[in-house]
Design a protein around this ligand. Structure first.
Ligand code: SAM
Length: 248
């Protein structure tokens, strides 16, 4: 049976007897009921993976010894930041899961003109913690070794203005007709740091499109059909991985 994967704090890995606690310790002890000498795979978010053996078990902590460490090739060679205009209900949670699997590096919720609801700052910490947990579960499931960075929501104006360091900035616009591939032929780049901007259910206002354009964004189409927001975000990141990343 394939070894189960769990998180461990990076600071623990460097110790003689690393300890796993919290949610992952609960899974090891109560859910998977692993025993002394059982082996598992550990990830600490550094991009490395560790095979470990259980050397101690208590009610809430698991002590291990590291058998070997190695790097894996499941992290994308391109660093994709997704600027996702706020979507209704649980769609943002679902998106984080899927986009983590597709290999994004950073998740930036955006408050745009037509995005509904405007995020409730009081609940924002809880929401971000939930997204971090969803991303970590997806990382374990899809055998990644790094957890996407999740940042607090930013206003559209700040999102389009802040990302001057990016190699490539794309806003996928439902009124556009030229595909990214066609646009890139003229630009002919091998970008590493890519910012992808996707709209809410109500789409982008023409003012937002003008703002993105004046901040160096490429306006690109995802084809002749109007995709639901969550379909568009997954399609956009898959397209980026196909054109520049590890889905070529
Ligand atoms: N307001 C739009 C309408 O109903 O005509 C729909 C917006 S769509 C549900 C949400 C977002 O998905 C858009 O803002 C855009 O970022 C992306 N999207 C959907 N279809 C697209 C397409 N064919 N080309 C580019 N982007 C698309």
């Amino acid at each position: 049976m394939a070894m189960k994967r769990f998180f461990i704090e990076h600071s623990e890995i460097l110790k003689d007897s690393p300890i796993i606690d919290g949610r992952d310790a609960h899974h090891i002890i109560k859910v998977f009921r692993l025993r002394l000498k059982d082996h598992m795979l550990l990830i600490d978010g550094s991009g490395m993976e560790y095979e470990a053996e259980i050397t101690g078990l208590s009610k809430s902590k698991v002590t291990v010894s590291i058998i070997r460490e190695y790097s894996t090739d499941t992290e994308s060679p391109v660093h994709i930041t997704v600027g996702q205009c706020y979507l209704k209900d649980k769609k943002m949670d679902t998106l984080i899961r899927h986009l983590t699997e597709v290999g994004i590096a950073k998740w930036m919720p955006i408050v745009s003109e037509y995005s509904v609801p405007q995020p409730d700052s009081k609940k924002m910490d809880l929401r971000t913690q939930r997204w971090d947990m969803i991303a970590k579960e997806a990382v374990k499931q899809c055998c990644r070794t790094r957890v996407p960075e999740i940042v607090p929501p930013v206003p559209f104006l700040q999102a389009v203005g802040d990302n001057s360091s990016m190699d490539l900035k794309i806003i996928f616009y439902e009124e556009e007709t030229v595909s990214l591939a066609k646009t890139m032929v003229s630009l002919n780049q091998n970008p590493l740091d890519i910012f992808v901007l996707l709209g809410p259910e109500g789409g982008f206002s023409s003012k937002e499109i003008e703002l993105a354009k004046s901040n160096g964004f490429i306006i690109a189409s995802l084809g002749p059909r109007i995709l639901r927001a969550e379909t568009a975000s997954i399609s956009a990141c898959t397209l980026i991985q196909h054109l520049f990343g590890d889905m070529r």
